[in-house]
Design a protein around this ligand. Sequence first.
Ligand code: DQA
Length: 148
Amino acid sequence: MVVILVVNGPNLGRLGSREPEIYGSQSLEDINSALTAQVGDAAELKFIQSDDEAELISVMHQAVDNRTPVILNPAAFSHYSYALRDACAMVTGAGLALIEVHLSNPHAREEFRHNSVISGVATGVIAGFGADSYRLAMDQMMTLLGRQ
Ligand code: DQA
């Protein structure tokens, strides 16, 4: 069965209580459960949340080694982590899909959020739809995998 990594970066383990006016009231567990229900038997999802840049880089290396596509919310690392960007480039460079997700629309927020160093190496980006951003990303991931 196809395996998809769903990876969330720093502070996203606090969803639900973290700035709910921006990020909504659902916890990461709520979002992950909805994704599990969405894919049913069509894919096995592996969920990873880490506040640690090195760990996220190592997850991308594992994605390459295991040939696993990735849905990634890089959180604040989106805006400045060239190291995570280079790791993501290895994922898409290996021919694996990597969809970047944001709950909020970073372009409508503070200027430092307007640039993502990840987007240029992602397969595509979905932002601004709250928890639905993950649902849309998963929908597109299943479409991409079906096309292979
Ligand atoms: C975020 C947007 C980032 O700017 C922010 O640092 C996050 C969450 C989002 O999902 O909207 O932590 O990636």
